[in-house]
Ligand binder design. Structure first.
Ligand SMILES: *Cc1c(COP(=O)(O)O)cnc(C)c1O
Length: 336
């Protein structure tokens, strides 16, 4: 099977397994786990923030960020197809008492300064007030779109003028940085916090990071405990995360493989493919996504349904050029 369902399906490397078995550990709720402390310092540096917090999942990172930036009853402004709104079980309402207000970010999922001015709600006797702007980069549902640093800056400036803090759901922020050939710290230079996943393109078995100012992370640490994410000898899983941070530069390979995959698939009758910006390839399928996926699975390829007639394929650490070339041939066979 060539598993292109997600970049979360990677298996930990031998180095990661060795790092886990040899990790120096302590009780991280007491902040005595040296491996977690090292990971938090390195992660903060990787995105140019003062501090970072190790969390079990990206979802928890986003939810802790939302809770930490806001007060109950406020609004959170986000894109209509954003992960935090669409794929996190309504956590904004359930965990933080927030009312999401969505912006249609168009084909690229971008939020512009005018969207922010339009969506902004000033608190008064009747209205809740906007408490947070959440951006997503890369944008998953739009097909791994890498939003430019300047667009993030512009949105952040507009929000800050209105006294609204800005969080970036950067589950794949390093893919965005590599696509724009800049450091991740440049992508999030003007925002207040960022979450990124170690467990996606970077290949760690578990874990995500939430980064921001010292004071923000200090408060986020309490909310992580509240949400059940205070872990003990977490160095065992943080150690592979440290290894994962060295996989940033190789994300370019995933992007090249995605481009090769997209070009090959676009040649096949019954499929239409946009050229990808990062490691996510969205394929429009003439048959329903469900039928297409059944047919390609019979030929040894897996993907994810992303709409009635849309399938997502993801390239990742466990997929090389020969895999994507084979996948194209397998899909061609499935479609003829
Ligand atoms: C995967 C993902 C998350 C959540 O990460 P989990 O570790 O799966 O909880 C958040 N945002 C985006 C854009 C994602 O793709």
């Amino acid at each position: 099977m060539i598993d292109l369902r997600s970049d979360t399906v990677t298996r930990p490397s031998d180095e990661m397994r060795v790092a886990a078995s040899e990790a120096d550990v302590g009780d991280d709720v007491y902040r005595e786990d040296p491996t977690v402390n090292e990971l938090e310092a390195e992660a903060a540096a990787a995105v140019g923030m003062e501090a970072a917090l190790y969390v079990p999942t990206g979802t928890m990172g986003n939810q802790v960020a939302a809770r930490t930036h806001t007060d109950r009853g406020e609004e959170l402004l986000c894109e209509r197809e954003s992960h935090v709104y669409k794929w996190e079980v309504g956590g904004l309402a359930q965990l933080s008492g927030l009312q999401p207000r969505t912006v249609d970010g168009g084909s690229r999922g971008t939020i512009t300064p005018s969207d922010i001015h339009e969506g902004y709600v000033e608190e008064d006797t009747h209205r809740p007030g906007t408490g947070l702007l959440c951006l997503e980069n890369t944008h998953n549902s739009k097909g791994g779109v890498a939003i430019a640093p300047e667009e993030i800056d512009a949105a952040a400036d507009a929000a800050h003028e209105l006294d609204i803090p800005v969080h970036v759901d950067g589950a794949r922020v390093f893919n965005a940085a590599v696509a724009h050939d800049v450091d991740a710290s440049r992508v999030v230079r003007e925002v207040d916090s960022v979450m990124f996943c170690l467990s996606k393109g970077l290949g760690a078995p578990v874990g995500s990071m939430l980064a921001g100012s010292e004071a923000f992370i200090e408060r986020a640490r309490r909310h992580r405990k509240l949400f059940g994410g205070g872990m003990r000898q977490a160095g065992i899983i943080a150690a592979p995360g440290l290894e994962a941070l060295s996989n940033v530069d190789r994300l370019a390979e995933d992007h090249e493989n995605a481009a090769v995959l997209a070009e090959g698939l676009d040649d096949i009758d019954g499929l239409a493919v946009q050229s990808p910006e990062t490691n996510i390839v969205l394929v429009e399928t003439e048959p329903t996504a469900e039928e297409f996926l059944e047919r390609v699975a019979d030929e040894g390829v897996q993907g994810t349904a992303f709409g009635e007639h849309v399938v997502r394929f993801c390239t990742h650490l466990d997929i090389d050029r020969s895999d994507v070339e084979r996948a194209v041939e397998d899909v061609r066979r499935a479609m003829t």
